[in-house]
Design a protein around this ligand. Structure first.
Ligand code: GRF
Length: 197
């Protein structure tokens, strides 16, 4: 593992789509509110808008498409190689839509972080915003947690609540969830990387 010349931990951000959380993290690295060096942005989806955004910001990228009918370990191998080649200390999942194998998680024990658009342990899974609305909840939120070998399960390190208003739909709630994520994730990473809990 490496730090840059100023001692900032080198991080990788893993995405599959829009990359708005990635952008919030890259902005925080740039403005100094997050002391971390974005070494590489990696996507399993070569068409992810987030990859283009990362390149436009001058951040190194890797598209590593997952192949169907190939063991997950084989799909992960190029990603693990890149993380090692780049001397990455922390792996930051930001809308990465593939479940990591136990072997991947063990390669970075306690050093993979994820953000989830609900108040875990409530509403795990890939459709949390829709599921919260379907359940008729009046409060939801955002969770940052350490990734373990189970899905949406590891130690919760920060949460923030988001109110649900009468008549909310996915279209009206999702932007408020994302706003909360974009504030919480960089702030939590700064505390996590610099032992400020
Ligand atoms: C976020 O809502 C995050 O909580 C979830 O995936 C979404 C990614 O959005 N894990 P974006 O790609 O960061 O815009």
């Amino acid at each position: 593992m490496k730090t840059d010349a100023s001692g900032r931990p080198r991080i990788a951000i893993l995405i599959s789509g829009t990359g708005s959380n990635m952008e919030a993290i890259l902005s925080a690295c740039k403005n100094g509110s997050l002391d971390a060096e974005p070494a590489i942005v990696i996507s399993d989806n070569p068409d992810a808008a987030g990859l283009r955004k990362a390149r436009a910001r001058g951040v190194k990228t890797l598209a590593s498409p997952y192949r169907a009918r190939v063991p997950r370990e084989e799909n992960e191998a190029p990603i693990l190689k890149a993380l090692r080649d780049e001397g990455v200390e922390w792996v930051v999942l930001a809308g990465f839509m593939k479940i990591l194998t136990p072997g991947f998680v063990r390669a970075f024990p306690g050093r993979i972080v994820n953000i989830h658009p609900a108040l875990l342990p409530s509403f795990p899974g890939a459709h949390a915003i829709a599921d919260v609305l379907e359940a008729g909840s009046d409060i939801t939120g955002v969770t940052v947690h350490i990734v373990d070998e189970l899905v949406d399960h590891g130690t919760v390190i920060s949460q923030t609540e988001v109110a649900i208003f009468p008549g909310d739909t996915e279209e009206t709630l999702a932007p408020r969830i994302h706003d909360a994520e974009h504030k919480l994730y960089p702030r939590t990473l700064q505390q996590l990387f610099h032992d400020d809990f």
